[in-house]
Design a protein around this ligand. Structure first.
Ligand code: GLA
Length: 385
């Protein structure tokens, strides 16, 4: 039985009626890392790994939720909403955001689960919040737009899970389209759809299985360094609101005031914003090799300048780079400190390369990596028959 049927069945057994079914995908990011909270560009896409929600209104104000994969159930209403780092807090955050925005919302019965590996950097939490928000919006006819729902999901991450993330993950889950990447401008929060034609290449994620416990505080620190850079440069250039407005010239002018660390971090972001726009041009021209070269550049920038990589991620990218004629692009993906690399690899090389990685990775780190071939799939939607 696939996950949709089994989640729907669990719902019927627990709540004795037919649910509505919603699908919320995880995301990859082709390029443009740590640029979203700097009002820059990113290039994510929603994928064929998703959360499934079987859900229906229950006529009172309580939410009865069952997480099928964890076999955990919980009941809460909006008054119970508290911050924390479990799946329950994320959902509470979404409900709280509806209430604060004055959107009509009521209690629901819900069973959810899916196949997005948690902690691998595929944004399972964004899928959770986006999918739940989308479902509430449909059920209670709250008339929130997709962008409102992205902001609601982001509010939950910020205020309930304590990660001061940008908007990329939830935006990608909500706006994604089959076989298209989103060139998302995180200043205007609008996107251009770019067809992804892989022509004999595939997207392969390799999971380091590393979960860095300090990842969210390190992430918030990076964000603070960027804000500090803006604060200093703004004194001379009041028109600067974010690193999106900052040029290399401005950075070099302020090199001493910024201090070495902030300077290097801000320079990486300014370059990454440019690189992402350039990558968009290569994708439009169908030049995957030039696109892939930029992925490698991004990786080493994230590793050496922005310092959000780790030994395991660098190891995987270095092995890919040894076979650059076949693995034409590779880099760490997402916030960093663990999670996956994304590889643009000749499809017929996947088997042999995976074997090579498995052996070498195990010999070095005594851990088995995981491999996820991914396709770009439709964003959050209701399944209708
Ligand atoms: C995490 C955050 C995103 C983004 C990436 C880095 O996935 O949730 O908002 O900042 O890291 O690009």
């Amino acid at each position: 039985m696939n996950s949709i049927d089994s989640i729907s069945k669990t719902f019927q057994e627990k709540f004795h009626r037919q649910p509505l079914i919603f699908i919320a995908p995880g995301r990859i990011n082709l390029i443009g890392e740590h640029t979203d909270y700097n009002e820059g560009f990113v290039m994510p896409a929603s994928i064929d790994k998703h959360m499934v929600f079987a859900i229906a209104p229950n006529g009172n104000s309580r939410c009865n939720i069952f997480a099928q994969d964890l076999e955990e159930g919980v009941t809460f209403s909006v008054q119970d909403a508290v911050p924390g780092e479990t799946w329950v807090n994320y959902l509470m955050g979404v409900l709280d955001a509806f209430e604060r925005r004055g959107l009509p919302v009521g209690g629901v019965d819900c069973v959810f689960g899916g196949n997005i590996p948690a902690g691998a950097g595929l944004s399972s939490s964004a899928a959770l919040c986006s999918g739940f928000g989308f479902a509430l919006n449909e059920i209670f006819n709250a008339k929130a737009t997709l962008l409102d729902l992205a902001r609601i999901a982001q509010y939950s991450e910020h205020e309930f899970a304590g990660l001061k993330c940008g908007i990329m993950d939830m935006y990608a889950s909500l706006f994604g389209q089959k076989e298209q990447a989103l060139l998302l401008d995180c200043r205007s929060n609008t996107h251009e759809l770019l067809p992804v034609q892989l022509k004999g290449y595939s997207l392969l994620l390799i999971d380091t299985k590393v979960k860095h416990t300090l990842a969210s505080s390190a992430y918030n620190d990076r964000r603070a360094s960027c804000e500090e850079g803006v604060r200093i440069i703004r004194k001379q250039y009041p028109q600067v609101h974010s690193l999106r407005d900052v040029t290399r010239v401005m950075l070099y002018e302020h090199q001493d005031q910024l201090g070495e660390d902030t300077f290097i971090k801000c320079l990486f972001i300014v370059e990454e914003i440019e690189r992402t726009q350039k990558a968009g041009e290569w994708l439009k021209k169908g030049d995957l090799r030039s696109f892939g070269n930029l992925m490698y550049e991004t990786h080493w920038g994230l590793s050496q300048a922005y310092e959000v990589s780790c030994e395991e991620l660098d190891f995987l990218v270095a092995l890919a780079e040894e076979e650059k004629d076949q693995i034409i692009g590779a880099r760490m993906m997402g916030g960093g400190f663990g999670g996956c690399t994304i590889n643009l690899i000749a499809t017929d090389r996947i088997g042999a390369f995976s074997e090579k990685i498995k052996a070498n990775y195990f010999a070095t780190f005594k851990k088995e990596p995981d491999f996820y071939p991914v396709n770009i799939a439709e964003g959050v939607h209701q399944l209708k028959d």
